[in-house]
Design a protein around this ligand. Structure first.
Ligand code: 57M
Length: 358
């Protein structure tokens, strides 16, 4: 709205030209999303309480018993704040903004369906894994079809840390893109098991992708840094700003001890969107570095399940995902969370270093 209102006036009032700048609008979006989140957060959390959206807590980890009744589905508040912010700051004629929203809202709706089913049954049994995966794959495939009809569609896979190395995946890029988004959503979902554990690294990843997306949409920077140039993609930096702001605002309430959990509506939408952002700026492989923490959590589950089957009942970790292993070793929750955040900041910096190290 602000963009569409002020930019036409900028020919008469030159100071309004700032609304053309992606950097200015991204920062505006970040602050707006965070402020909206902090303002509407308390009443939304009360509303979720009144709707009896209390999280069903499994009894396997004793320390979690005190979390009973904490409302879930806080991802809905992230969604409201992000959409209102985009309405204010984004250029709605950008196809990339709509594609990002398709993934964010689509994955969120699948998560909402799961959360809602769990609440209705008053236990931890949501929709069937087949329905959940079917929903996520359907949304991701729709997003990939939108991407593939773009004249800028680029099926090359660039190798981080190497200057001129890429592989053309051709037709395989479509299923690959679906895999990236769906895996990213599930990895964030698995990580979301301690207060602030998933949202902290999401903020870091959002910041890293904001930088990459800004560069990808800038002809001079891409030329100088030997990175692929995609005209128009820079507008999604505003989406990243809104995502970072809404996530920081959510952390305000989700920080230990949490007043609200994001639910699948939050973890699937944020995870799928991170996957989409990686595809958009052609940093698909770098996603595994930026989101290294999500990868490690997922690997811990795969290793635990495989080892359990292979040995006929022995466990590699006390419990998977990895954060539960540390909890059961007696490390306090807040310490595990902060150590995981530190790791994600280091991984984010490592990912940013690939801008020059290639
Ligand atoms: C969802 N959900 C949290 C909250 C959050 C295959 C297996 C590894 C699957 C995995 C699983 O179900 N993962 C997906 C994890 C749950 O949080 C809710 O779910 C939303 C995210 N989807 O937003 O609404 C609980 O996590 C805690 N929590 C917080 N703070 C937060 O900010 O404390 C969440 C957010 C909440 C709350 O207690 O109730 C979850 O962990 O259930 N399953 C597991 O992770 C289980 N692991 C397991 O069974 N491991 C086995 C095998 C299968 C690998 C093993 O190691 O042998 C653990 N889940 C729970 N307890 N609850 C086991 C221990």
């Amino acid at each position: 709205m602000l963009y569409h209102f002020f930019v036409p006036l900028s020919s008469d009032y030159t100071f309004l030209n700032v609304f053309r700048y992606i950097t200015f609008r991204s920062l505006g979006a970040l602050i707006t999303a965070m402020v909206i989140m902090v303002i509407i957060g308390p009443s939304c959390i009360n509303f979720l309480h009144r709707l009896k959206c209390g999280q069903y807590i499994l009894s396997d980890v004793k320390a979690h018993a005190s979390k009973a009744g904490t409302p879930t589905m806080g991802g809905l508040i992230i969604m409201i704040s992000l959409i209102l912010t985009l309405a204010l700051w984004a250029d709605w004629s950008s196809r990339y903004i709509w594609e990002a929203l398709l993934v964010f809202v689509g994955f969120g709706l699948v998560g909402f369906w799961d959360d809602f089913t769990k609440l209705r049954h008053h236990e931890n049994k949501g929709i069937s894994p087949r329905a959940k995966m079917g929903g996520l794959i359907g949304i991701a495939a729709s997003a990939m079809i939108c991407i593939s009809i773009d004249p800028q569609y680029n099926t090359s896979l660039y190798i981080p840390f190497v200057k001129d190395m890429s592989f053309d995946l051709g037709l395989l890029y479509l299923p690959f893109g679906v895999l990236v988004m769906v895996s990213s959503a599930n990895a964030v979902n698995l990580t979301d098991g301690l207060d602030g554990l998933a949202i902290g690294p999401t903020v870091v990843a959002g910041m890293v992708f904001a930088v990459f997306i800004y560069i990808t949409g800038n002809v001079r920077l891409t030329d100088y840094l030997y990175m692929p140039y995609i005209p128009g993609v820079g507008e999604v930096t505003i989406f990243c700003g809104a995502l970072i702001g809404a996530s920081l605002g959510f952390l305000w309430f989700n920080a230990y001890p949490a007043q609200v959990f994001m639910g699948d509506v939050g973890s699937l939408s944020l995870g799928g969107t991170l996957g989409f952002l990686a595809l958009l700026c052609k940093q698909e492989l770098l996603l595994a570095v930026v989101g290294g923490l999500f990868v490690v959590e997922t690997l811990s589950v795969i290793m635990q399940v495989s080892y359990f089957r292979w040995t006929g009942g022995k466990r590699l970790f006390r419990m998977a995902p990895l954060h539960h292993h540390f909890e059961l070793k007696g490390i306090p929750e807040s310490k595990i969370i902060i150590r995981f955040w530190i790791t994600s900041v280091i991984l984010g910096l490592l990912a940013l270093s690939t801008i020059k190290l290639r």
